[in-house]
Write a protein that binds this ligand. Structure first.
Ligand code: NAI
Length: 268
């Protein structure tokens, strides 16, 4: 390990179980010398798995529904108290489509579900940055990362309204990132990750076939959750200080492919 995050303080959203990308980020951040607070929605904490990660990484857990400004204010204030200063890095690793969960097709959603999923998956990123910005809670040269998926740019029919939520999320990173950069020298980016077998990922219809297809299309193969964590750590480290307002593809090359030999072989 390289001590890339030595002395840095963070908040990590979205570790649900050991498959979660946020879980891997927490483990890697701990190995790199960071101290952080873990947070998730109250209902996710009831399952109790997060305590295991907290113990392992010497972290405290604070419940927060990321759609509630009140919960986020409490989270940010308590985190600064616990960690003893301003925050250097934040990971937003949150996504949920109620339409997908309830089996509603993209062409005929329940719009209350659409609004709820949009609030959880996209607007929660705005709310998180609103609280961090207005409380002046981020250190200079701090780094904020949210996880996204390429359905924001290209059509993946079964990704449903999450495609629209991700497009909105990526836009928030640019728009809020401008003000964070200008006023606090904080960078804001999204990492666009390969399909990954997690609770959220596996919820997408046809996921098994799709992950196999992405694997065959990508010259380097799909990026794993642990590899995503490694990349995220570099974005939190001082080695990437001038990278901001970007959507960074971490996908083994998938996003620039037209077709690959292994995929062509299936049709010849
Ligand atoms: P996951 O299911 O382990 O994580 C999703 C998290 O969102 C859970 O911890 C859940 O409790 C949390 N969450 C849901 N509602 C919340 C709320 N109201 N407040 C706070 N937290 C809430 O799955 P995964 O895959 O680790 O997802 C993390 C991020 O990575 C998501 O943004 C997802 O869209 C993104 N991503 C996932 C990919 C995949 O194939 N798994 C591919 C590309 C991006």
């Amino acid at each position: 390990m390289y001590n890339l995050l030595k002395g840095k303080r963070g908040i990590i959203f979205g570790a649900l179980n050991s498959q979660s990308i946020a879980w891997k980020v927490a483990e890697r951040a701990h190995e790199e010398g960071a101290e952080f607070v873990l947070t998730n929605a109250p209902i996710a904490l009831r399952m109790g798995e997060l305590n295991e990660l907290a113990q392992k990484t010497g972290s405290q857990v604070i419940a927060a529904d990321a759609t509630s400004i009140q919960d986020l204010e409490n989270l940010v204030e308590k985190s600064m108290e616990i960690l003893g200063g301003k925050i250097d890095f934040v990971l937003h690793s949150i996504g949920m489509s109620v339409n997908v969960r309830k089996g509603k097709h993209y062409t005929d959603p329940n719009y209350d579900f659409t609004t709820k999923g949009w609030d959880i998956s996209a607007v929660s990123f705005h709310k998180t940055m609103n609280v961090l910005y207005n409380k002046e809670a981020m250190s200079e040269w701090g780094s904020i990362v949210a996880l996204t998926y390429m359905a924001a740019q290209r059509v993946f029919p079964d990704y449903n309204d999450m495609a629209d939520n991700k497009a909105y999320l990526e836009s928030i990173a640019r728009s809020f990132g401008y003000f964070f950069g200008r006023d606090y020298k904080v960078r804001v980016n999204t990492i666009s990750q390969s399909p990954t077998p997690t609770t959220a990922g596996s919820g997408v219809k046809g996921f098994d076939g799709f992950i196999e297809y992405a694997e065959k299309m990508s010259p380097l193969g799909n990026a794993t959750a642990l590899e995503c964590a490694d990349y995220t750590i570099t974005m939190f480290s001082d080695l990437t200080k001038k990278v901001t307002l970007q959507n960074l593809f971490h996908d083994g090359g998938f996003s620039n492919m037209g077709v690959s030999d292994p995929v062509m072989d299936k049709f010849e």
